[in-house]
Design a protein. Structure first.
Length: 333
């Protein structure tokens, strides 16, 4: 993926505040431009990806221009008063330095714009986890930095599925306390067939929301394609797209209609096979979503998993072609 660049604009006269923001910007490799007055900031306001206004400027002059901005300062009372007047969110410093880092990194850091897709199963037994690792590994074969992320409750762990339980690298049990902005998480994960795999631990509790946000944010900045195994959902908010795996049968379609997919763009993966004979077009039409592809019944896949081999290691060309079509939807949607 192409890198994205931008700059942050801080309008402030407070040397301590300027220093605090400069430290965060430097740590995240963000270009920071500082203006001492609203008239100095006006010419750069529209082009800034992140706009920060020191409370000492805002209480005298207000905002230098229209558009989203954050108030920054040390006085919680002053921030609250200015926020009420201007209707802008606040970042108290130094207490909320992590929040400042998230704002800076989320909008203007030179980052990889990872394609992030969550895979959700309408019901059990549809091969969601197998599809997740297959998509990541096929993307890796194409030269992408691809990662499969395990967020499915009681999944047993993606590492077991691909025979990587003894491969050294980080698991969720190592990242459960992660907060704020992380570095290159991708490089510390187990690598299997060219793709990174972040697996659930079978001994530790599920990661909390803050840890998931921090880790997915780090992976989004260090990978090209991120495929998330969300089990039965819900898909995490970081997912730009959702693949819903639906059996080609009436009950699975009914279960899919009950899913809450949030605002992410959804595509349907129809799982065909014995007892699943509803036509692909009928499944997608009943769910009101685009069809991203079809996965049939492949006897080799369970056997490969039992042998600790990856799904693409010995699967048929037909399966690889089916996964390739779905990966194309992820890239083009």
């Amino acid at each position: 993926m192409d890198d994205v660049t931008g700059y942050a604009l801080l309008c402030s006269r407070d040397p301590l505040l300027i220093e605090a923001v400069e430290v965060s910007a430097a740590a995240l490799d963000v270009e920071l431009r500082v203006a001492g007055a609203p008239e100095e900031a006006a010419g750069q306001w529209a082009g800034a990806a992140v706009r920060l206004i020191g409370v000492e400027v805002a209480r005298r002059s207000g905002s230098p221009g229209r558009g989203a901005a954050h108030l920054v300062g040390a006085s919680v009372d002053e921030l609250a008063r200015c926020s009420a007047e201007l209707g802008l969110p606040v970042i108290p410093l130094p207490e909320a330095a992590d929040r400042l880092g998230s704002v800076l990194a989320g909008a203007v850091r030179s980052v990889r714009a990872a394609r992030t897709v969550a895979v959700v199963g309408a019901s059990g037994g549809l091969g969601v986890s197998t599809l997740v690792v297959s998509l990541a590994m096929l993307a890796a074969r194409g030269g992408a930095r691809a990662v499969a992320v395990d967020l499915a409750p009681a999944s047993g762990g993606l590492d077991l599925l691909v025979g990587a339980e003894t491969v050294r690298g980080l698991r969720w049990s190592d990242l459960g306390q992660a907060r704020g902005e992380l570095g290159d998480v991708f490089g510390g994960l187990p690598q299997v067939d060219g793709a990174a795999v972040l697996s659930r631990s079978r001994q530790a509790e599920a990661p909390g929301g803050e840890a998931v946000e921090a880790v997915l944010g780090g992976l989004g900045r260090s990978s090209d394609v991120m495929v998330i195994d969300a089990g039965r959902g819900p898909a995490p908010p970081e997912a730009e797209r959702v693949l819903v795996v639906v059996g080609a049968d009436v009950r699975s379609v009914a279960a899919a209609q009950m899913l809450d997919l949030g605002r992410a763009q959804a595509g349907i993966v129809v799982r065909s096979g014995p007892g699943r004979t509803v036509p692909e077009a009928a499944v997608c039409r009943s769910l009101g979503a685009e069809c991203a592809g079809v996965v049939g019944s492949h006897k080799a896949l369970p056997r490969l998993a039992e042998l600790g081999m990856t799904p693409l290691a010995g699967a048929s060309r037909r399966y690889a072609k089916q996964v390739s079509r779905i990966l194309g939807w992820v890239r083009d949607a």
